[in-house]
Design a protein around this ligand. Structure first.
Ligand code: PSU
Ligand code: MN
Length: 302
């Protein structure tokens, strides 16, 4: 069976010319931010990648076709579709075979990027080990994907709603390099610093590109996670955000929110509790990640 996959005009042209391409996920658009800020964010991030000399490839499944890069009208439509499914590794084939529409998570975006020959991907935060996972077993499929699909993912660390130490342990077990960019400490999504030391540190896009290529040369499966701290002027310090994260977690527990709904629920509550400030920070960190991802893609030469 041939895979129903198409590239946007811009992505197709860039790949033919051998120009750098950066993949972008779409769950952050449909399940991570409210309309219209989600659309503004998505367009802004694409524009930023172009300014850095690379081409953006926002990935999604639309009516049973896997899109590598969206035309602007498709992006606009997706940003206003509350019925879009949230697609991870387990959901992609079914969504395509039933001609559904869905947004790709980090895991699904990595799969699609790799299929399309894209090596670098920018997002906000990856999924990870949820707090209380020792009882709920809630561990994002994003971690397994980093272990098996050779894409470099630029994120602002794991979302602070997660159990970061356990997330780091699982990534270590899976053999995924976790590389902080330009600092010794792991960033914590909305905050520039966590109190955890990062396993690795690199200080330039060129070194990150080289590390990616060395993994390929070693014939290792899997990608690498680049933890890029949110710019300090846009951060919400840990002490301020922690009580709000705890309240959102308590509410999720009380309302028995489970499975795929957990992350979107928590992000929405933290948005409300911070009176929108968490969204401004989220947008700032995605933009920062897109810029670095474009530089890495350029350094890789693709
Ligand atoms: N980061 C954000 N907003 C999001 C997500 C990440 O700033 O909405 C999404 C990503 O698509 C990630 C997913 O892959 O949440 C993780 O969901 P889960 O924990 O259900 O695996
Ligand atoms: Mn989960």
């Amino acid at each position: 069976m041939t895979l129903p996959m198409i590239r946007s005009t811009e992505v197709a042209a860039a790949q033919t010319a051998g120009r750098p391409v950066v993949a972008l996920e779409s769950t952050i658009i449909t399940h991570g931010m409210p309309y219209p800020q989600n659309l503004e964010m998505a367009r802004g991030v694409e524009q930023l990648i172009r300014q850095e000399g690379a081409v953006p490839a926002t990935i999604a499944v639309l009516d049973g076709t896997l899109h590598i890069g969206l035309e602007d009208a498709q992006l606009e439509d997706l940003a206003q579709r509350p019925d879009a499914a949230k697609l991870s590794r387990a959901d992609m084939a079914l969504c395509l075979s039933t001609k559904g529409t869905g947004a790709t998570t980090v895991a699904a975006t990595m799969i699609a990027a790799h299929l399309a020959g894209i090596h670098v991907f920018a997002t906000g935060g990856i999924g990870g080990v949820h707090r209380g996972a020792e009882l709920s077993f809630d561990i994002s499929a994003d971690l397994q994907e980093l272990a098996q699909t050779p894409v470099t993912v630029v994120a602002a660390g794991a979302k602070a709603i997660l159990d970061i130490p356990k997330t780091l342990e699982v990534l270590e077990t899976l053999g995924v390099p976790v590389i902080a960019y330009g600092q010794d400490h792991l960033p914590a999504f909305w905050s520039t610093m966590s109190d955890l030391q990062a396993p690795q540190r690199l200080d330039s896009a060129a070194e990150i590109a080289k590390a990616h290529q060395m993994r390929v040369a070693l014939n290792l499966p899997g990608g690498q996670l680049i933890a890029n701290p949110v710019p300090p002027e846009a951060e919400i310090p840990q002490a301020e955000i922690t009580p709000m994260i705890e309240q959102a977690l308590r509410e999720a527990d009380e309302q028995k929110i489970t499975a795929k709904s957990v992350t979107p629920f928590l992000l929405k509550r933290i948005f409300e509790l911070t009176e929108g400030r968490s969204l401004d920070t989220n947008i700032a960190l995605v933009r920062n990640n897109a810029r670095l991802a474009a530089q890495i893609a350029a350094a890789m030469g693709t």
